[in-house]
Design a protein around this ligand. Structure first.
Ligand code: ADP
Length: 271
């Protein structure tokens, strides 16, 4: 049995997906990227292979993507995360073909990708200049509210009244705004909902500029946050498709491309 490996070395988390010969996900893992990108990625891959009892020589092809992709010298090929994300989304089986827009929020950036009829990239835009509207912003907010980032969704869903207003788009000012709101007696639930709406509004405005079509596929780690998903539904007034494991779509797309590249090399040899 041959396996294909997609490795997405993101600013926050390294995601690895192994697919089998049928293109199905055989195993995946997520580990902190940390400051030692290469060492941590190699260790995460070794741990995954050991856990699955798969030998290194059983991997036919490795494609790396993401922020730290060029540092992963073991890869047979390197691709952009935009290409990998689109490949992952169109092969995800989650309503593939019914959406033409991907919103991806990562640790340090957010992207909007428009797809053509075949699910390939037609156009994209990216915010990687400012932490507002990224996973880092959510991490900062959770820290100030003294809750975990994976609890934000539950706090949002429990909020009943009007969400608190967060006006600052800059993380540093938003941090003082959150502290002032807490001092002013606003509940954590209302503040969390306000934060999610401010992110959804900001990204929806950006998406509106390049033109959203059909349903929206939402992925990246923050898509695990159902409060943020609900805010996007309200802001965009469209159905949002969230895959089961939204953090690994890009790594999965890299594995899909790895399998295609392996097949193409085999064809070259057989000519
Ligand atoms: P990158 O590829 O840039 O490393 P990811 O797509 O891995 O980014 O997303 C990382 C972000 O996902 C974190 O900054 C955090 O905000 C968010 N996140 C991670 N796990 C969860 C979770 N369980 N619930 C909600 N948000 C999460």
């Amino acid at each position: 049995m041959k396996y294909f490996c997609g490795i997405d070395i993101g600013s926050t988390a390294t995601k690895i997906v192994l697919t089998d010969e049928e293109g199905k996900i055989a195993a995946h893992t997520t580990a902190p990227t940390g400051s030692h990108f290469h060492k941590n990625a190699v260790e995460a891959l070794e741990a995954l292979l050991c856990r699955q009892q798969i030998k290194r020589q059983d991997i036919g092809y490795i494609v790396s993507t993401g922020y730290g992709r060029k540092l992963f010298k073991e890869a047979d090929e390197t691709i952009s995360e935009i290409t990998a994300n689109a490949a992952g989304a169109r092969n995800s089986g989650e309503g593939a073909g019914t959406f033409r827009t991907i919103i991806n929020i990562g640790g340090q950036d957010s992207k909007i990708i428009l797809l053509d009829d075949e699910g390939h990239v037609k156009h994209f835009t990216m915010n990687d200049k400012c932490a507002a509207g990224t996973g880092r912003f959510l991490e900062m907010a959770a820290r100030n509210l003294e809750i975990e980032v994976d609890e934000l969704g539950d706090y949002h869903m429990k909020s009943t009244g009007v969400p608190a207003t967060i006006n600052s788009t800059c993380t540093v000012f938003a941090e003082s705004e959150i502290i002032s709101l807490m001092a002013g007696g606003h509940s954590r639930e209302a503040i969390v909902a306000g934060i999610h709406y401010s992110i959804a509004r900001r990204i929806s405005r950006l998406a509106g500029k390049i033109g959203i079509e059909d349903k929206v596929f939402f992925d990246g780690g923050p898509a695990l946050n159902r409060g943020l998903v609900a805010s996007f539904e309200d802001e965009l007034m469209r159905e949002i498709v969230v895959p089961e494991t939204p953090q690994i779509t890009t790594a999965f797309g890299a594995a899909v491309i790895a399998q295609e590249a392996f097949a193409a090399e085999g064809e070259k040899i057989n000519v």
